[in-house]
Design a protein around this ligand. Structure first.
Ligand SMILES: Nc1nc2c(ncn2[C@@H]2O[C@H](COP(=O)(O)OP(=O)(O)OP(=O)(O)O)[C@@H](O)[C@H]2O)c(=O)[nH]1
Ligand SMILES: [Zn+2]
Length: 294
């Protein structure tokens, strides 16, 4: 019988497929066919599969992907939650903006979650200098603490996860796992650690961990420090952020890199404080990192 489902885990040659509209997970092999076409099933793939016996099956078709990431290997991501700690490790706008560039360039919606708000002193000017700018630039932003959770802020954050495939990313130690645990502990939400459902707990350390939260899938990427910039060109970086994508066409020069070119719309937006100076300076730093490498 042919079914459709979602790949929730890939462990060596096996794919674990959650059947659409229920919680049954089938252990499936993919037909050798895919290998010949250089097509490998990924977590997040929507697939057709045939069940032979019990909970074992064969994947017969991988549906077209709307996007895919290489590190971690995941397809059809709806959004990436960038977990950014305000202290220990210290806030780095440069690191956050690097994440944003890659995520936005791939057409994936970013959600910024600032964690460890409890460690920040009342009079800290981080908010004034940096944090307040992100929502002003149009980013969905949450300021949270796992130690002193504020219910309304957490509820608003949880609502963004409903029915979505969300990848949690961020610097190591920023609080990805802790934030997922806080979500799991809040009993209003339906939870299931998919790797547990697979009964293969011992494999989970080598894999991204997946959870069902708010009827969506949340993927943790432990020990994953930053995205790979290798596939990024300066021209792509120049149109990566949504404000840059929308406004680059008003630059005088096509393929303007917004550095020393005259009549650059992006630099004009910096002057008028639509784009904050620190954001632009980080952009220049990422750009020089890209061009030095070439
Ligand atoms: N004070 C405070 N500590 C936090 C908060 N969130 C996480 N932590 C602590 O920060 C440390 C790192 O958190 P993790 O959740 O392990 O970080 P991670 O991003 O999953 O790290 P990796 O698995 O290495 O990628 C732990 O000691 C947490 O207890 C917070 O909101 N406030
Ligand atoms: Zn420009």
């Amino acid at each position: 019988m042919e079914k459709t489902g979602l790949i929730v885990s890939v462990i060596s040659e096996f794919c674990y497929v959650k059947e659409a509209n229920n919680n049954v997970i089938y252990e499936c092999k993919s037909k050798g066919l895919f290998r010949h076409h250089n097509q490998r099933p990924l977590v997040g793939d929507h697939v057709d599969f045939i069940v032979q016996n019990n909970e074992q099956g064969t994947i017969t078709k991988i549906h077209p992907r709307k996007n895919e990431l290489y590190r971690p290997k995941i397809a059809n991501i709806d959004q990436t939650v960038i977990i950014t700690s305000l202290q220990s490790p210290n806030f780095s706008s440069y690191l956050l903006n690097k994440f944003l560039a890659i995520i936005e360039y791939k057409g994936i919606t970013p959600i910024i979650v600032f964690t460890k708000n409890d460690l920040l002193a009342q009079d800290d000017d981080l908010h004034h200098k940096y944090l307040k700018w992100y929502p002003q630039m149009g980013y969905q932003t949450f300021i949270l603490s796992n130690n002193v959770p504020s219910p309304s802020e957490w509820d608003a954050f949880k609502a963004t996860l409903i029915n979505k495939i969300s990848v949690f990313t961020g610097q190591t130690g920023s609080g990805k796992s802790t934030t997922i645990n806080t979500l799991l502990e809040q009993n209003l939400i339906k939870t299931q650690e998919i790797s547990k459902a697979l009964g293969r707990g011992k494999h989970t350390t080598t894999n991204n961990k997946m959870y069902e939260i708010s009827n969506g899938i949340v993927i943790d990427t432990p020990g994953f420090s930053s995205f790979d910039l290798r596939e990024f060109t300066p021209e792509q970086l120049a149109i990566s952020y949504h404000l840059f994508t929308e406004n680059s066409r008003f630059c005088k020069f096509r393929h303007c890199l917004h550095l020393n070119e005259p009549h650059c719309k992006i630099k004009e937006l910096v002057t008028t404080e639509i784009i904050p100076t620190f954001f632009y300076n980080d952009y220049c730093k990422i750009m020089s990192e890209l061009t030095e490498r070439k």
